[in-house]
Design a protein around this ligand. Structure first.
Ligand code: NAP
Length: 248
């Protein structure tokens, strides 16, 4: 599945899943906009890895939860590479707390970072994709959005919201040959999951039929598939990449 000739933008690509996704898309030939909020070094590492694999990439700073910043990011990507074929809405965060103790700011921050960012980037990217009459939007949801997770009502709501967003948008833009899909990863070792205590990490494996956490690369392979021409007839779907944790 080659992505030669395609231009991709991955939000939150300076660390963790986003970085692995950006590198995987680059390895398959896509030119990649590597977005970051604060971690310029991590974004530059992803750019270097993509260039070493023989493709082009650029590190692009923007807080994608801010509409103006997200607009400028999409414009910068198109200015740099001439078009936009693949948008991966990956930027995300957590502020875990039982709801009785969860400050309102933590609710708002997680919804804005995880869900509104996808509205911001998709709305602007779709102007170009609609004109091109082709495109791929891939939203990174979570098993927490599929199953719900105690202590993560804000995060689970944002990730379930992304699944509804994916389905609605898929119906809106299908007539332009643009597909919109979601990936719902299970547990993957990144900074986001690094503060889970070791004993809970071991406990979590009992809930995973495959008996282990996934890798960022295993999520990236699924994104690369949705991004490919071979996935042209798949839209509005959520693919669980979670070792079998959530089965529908
Ligand atoms: P991570 O290691 O904490 O990395 C988060 C990334 O998002 C960083 O690159 C960060 O950029 C970026 N980011 C955060 N807020 C941003 C903003 N406002 N604007 C632009 N970029 C922003 O997290 P991760 O584990 O790779 O998670 C990536 C995505 O996968 C998230 O949506 C997460 O919910 C989802 N996910 C993760 C897991 C898991 O087990 N790890 C499971 C299911 C779903 P800076 O470094 O510049 O701050």
């Amino acid at each position: 599945m080659t992505l030669q000739g395609k231009v991709a933008l991955v939000t939150g690509a300076s660390r963790g899943l986003g970085k692995a996704i950006a590198i995987e898309l680059g390895k398959r030939g896509a030119k990649v906009g590597v977005n970051y909020a604060k971690s310029a070094d991590g974004a530059n590492e992803a750019v270097a890895a993509i260039q070493a694999a023989g493709s082009e990439a650029a590190a692009l700073q923007a807080d994608v939860s801010d509409f103006k910043a997200a607009t400028d990011l999409i414009k910068a990507t198109i200015e740099k590479f001439g078009r936009l074929d693949i948008l991966v809405n990956n930027a995300g965060t957590t502020r875990d707390m039982l709801i009785m103790m969860m400050p309102e700011d933590d609710w708002d921050f997680v919804i804005k970072t995880n869900l509104k960012s996808a509205y911001n980037c998709s709305k602007i990217a779709l102007k170009t994709m609609t004109r091109q009459r082709s495109g791929r939007i891939i939203n990174i949801s979570s098993v927490s959005g599929v199953m719900g997770n105690a202590g993560q009502s804000n995060y689970s709501a944002s990730k379930a919201g992304l699944i509804g967003f994916t389905k609605a948008l898929a119906r809106e833009v299908a007539s332009r040959s643009i597909t919109v899909n979601a990936i719902a990863p299970g547990f993957v070792p990144t900074d986001l999951t690094s503060n889970i205590p070791e004993n809970m990490k071991e406990e979590s494996k009992k809930l995973i039929p495959l008996g282990r956490w996934g890798s960022a690369e295993e999520v990236a392979y699924a994104v690369a598939f949705f991004a490919s021409d071979e996935a042209a007839y798949i839209t509005g779907q959520t693919l669980n990449v979670d070792g079998g944790m959530a089965m529908s």
